[in-house]
Design a protein around this ligand. Sequence first.
Ligand code: BGC
Length: 269
Amino acid sequence: MSKKLINQVAIVTGASSGIGAGVAKSLAAEGAIVVVNYPVAANKDAAEAVVTEISTKGGRAISIQCDVSKEADVQQMFASTVAEFGTVDILVNNAGIQKDSPFETMTLDQWNLVMGINLTGLFLCAREAVKEFLRRGIDPAKSKAAGKIICMSSVHEVIPWAGHANYAASKGGMMLLMKSLSQEFAHKKIRINSICPGAIQTPINRSAWETPEALESLLTLIPYKRIGQPEDIGNAAVWLASDDSDYINGISLFVDGGMTLYPGFTTNG
Ligand code: BGC
């Protein structure tokens, strides 16, 4: 079977660990040239490990440091990518953090940090991506679309989350930013969609799966009765980035084992 993303240049933000690393590997396995973005110098080795794994399997990748909440950093990352590979075809806006706190003691720093990376980061990265897609237009040798953006949202764009108000607000905001952009640029053949992961086994939610008791409690929220893996999200990202989903625009694709099915109502209500 031929690879689905041959020679398409993909920037994956926050790709030194977790879901981002999984998505970077899945895109590379389908022939994409991947920019493995990482936020600070401390993540460089982890990002390089992702690059090495991709290269070992015959793929192409480089790592670029960039804090997605900083305008100049983001512009530099896109400029470096275009200088190195000629263009950008796919943006996976994945970088995201949690700074959880009861609301009454949540600091402005906790609020701003989460909004800065999760929501402003999407604004800044999507703006640069759209500019490049509009400049280049469609390259029929690569794709039917002029460019694809995949926003890494969450089940918490629809499920309220006590103790995580900043995070849930950022994901709710992502949802309408994504839909507004897809409405604005559909006629330019730019496709913009979100993936909404449920509980995926990564460092961000370690406390929810690291003990058998925590995992058992988590599984009561997942009708499919297993925790997700980064490749579950990687597979969805490949589909949304490829022409297999060419008529899909402005959707939130929930990849959550049924977490959004109100499992509490299975035996109640
Ligand atoms: C959060 C995880 C959480 C999952 C399901 C994700 O968006 O980052 O910490 O386990 O949603 O609640």
